[in-house]
Design a protein around this ligand. Structure first.
Ligand code: ATP
Length: 311
């Protein structure tokens, strides 16, 4: 018996980063946007005593850890423990399309997908609120992969408020060679703030809030206004660690993208296009520019992790 779950990647249309807190985290005002570029996780019942096993296919498969650190495996174990199930026997196959360590929350997406897949495979019927709590335990970006659509994340990003959004938007993602470590990008953001003399502590940096112009653009379905309101407080840090991303952002903009930004902690770059045709043209120009490893045209918002099939 098996269950397949499809799960979206995210792009942050706003990523406001507050100062460094005493607990080592930053307060965020994070507007998550789910896009159709996504992974599929298939959970298959394993034979007695096989434990949790993993496999992965896709262009970045060799970069995905197939040990206990994989968020899909951790999710399966956490769900089993929550229900008092002894050592679960399940095989999780990840069909990976989301760039690894690309700032699109791919690992978090697989964690969310594994929660939903194992819940269905084991017939547990876990209430959504409980799945959301388990997701938050796994990581700050995991709850959003369950919810999908567009949502404002506060705290470390895990306190979610779904946002009203009209229409569909056309995106292009330019995938870089190699990833960027999210903690390293946050550290670089703090370092740049110190260097600029503004300070990096939460007592020195204004607590970020959602941008009203961005929220209005989403509610109105206004792609041009959304493009003008895209912001990412981690972008300077990602560019400082990976200066070549400036050429990627320029190539997409020159090809007609109406908005461009680094996705989350990078190094994937995200471009908003005015329509599907323009998105294909921007993706083709990015591929031809040689400034990225791959470019994908896609759209959103789309729903969160959901069962796509079973056998
Ligand atoms: P975020 O945007 O949430 O910071 P990211 O998209 O930059 O994350 P991920 O693709 O989630 O990065 O991968 C970050 C690291 O997580 C990887 O380098 C890998 O070691 C680990 N990881 C654990 N589970 C997975 C998984 N299922 N898929 C990909 N990476 C995983």
């Amino acid at each position: 018996m098996s269950v397949t779950v499809r799960v979206p990647a995210k792009v942050n249309v706003q990523l406001g980063v507050g100062g460094l807190r005493a607990d080592g985290f930053h307060d965020l005002a994070n507007v998550f946007f789910a896009v159709a570029l996504g992974d599929e996780v298939t959970a298959t019942a394993g034979g007695p005593g096989t434990g949790v096993t993993l496999s992965c296919t896709g262009p970045d498969a060799e970069a995905v850890p197939l040990d206990d650190s994989n968020l899909a495996a951790r999710a399966a174990r956490l769900l089993a423990t929550h229900h008092g199930l002894a050592a679960p026997d399940v095989h999780l196959h990840i069909a990976k399309a989301i760039p690894v360590a690309g700032g699109m929350a791919g690992g978090s997406a697989d964690g969310a997908a594994a929660l939903v897949a194992c819940d269905a495979l084991w017939g547990l019927g876990t209430p959504t609120e409980v799945l959301l709590e388990l997701a938050a335990e796994l990581g700050s970006d995991v709850p959003f992969a369950l919810v999908g659509g567009v949502a404002l994340g506060r705290g470390r990003g895990e306190i979610l408020e779904p946002l009203p959004v009209a229409g569909s938007y056309h995106w292009v993602f330019a995938v870089a060679d190699g990833g960027l470590s999210t903690p390293a990008v946050f550290r670089e953001c703090d370092r740049l703030r110190e260097e600029a003399g503004t300070g990096s502590a939460d007592t020195e940096v204004r607590t970020p809030d959602a941008d009203p112009a961005l929220l209005a653009a989403l509610a109105d379905g206004d792609a041009v206004a959304l493009a003008a309101a895209l912001t990412n407080d981690l972008q300077a840090a990602a560019l400082s660690l990976r200066p070549a991303l400036a050429a990627t952002l320029r190539a997409g903009t020159e090809a007609g993208a109406i908005g461009a930004l680094v996705s989350g902690s990078g190094p994937t770059c995200a471009f908003l296009a005015k329509d599907a045709e323009s998105a294909e043209a921007v993706a083709a120009a990015l591929r031809a520019s040689g400034s990225c490893r791959a470019a994908h045209a896609t759209y959103g918002p789309v729903p969160g992790a959901a069962v796509a099939g079973g056998a």
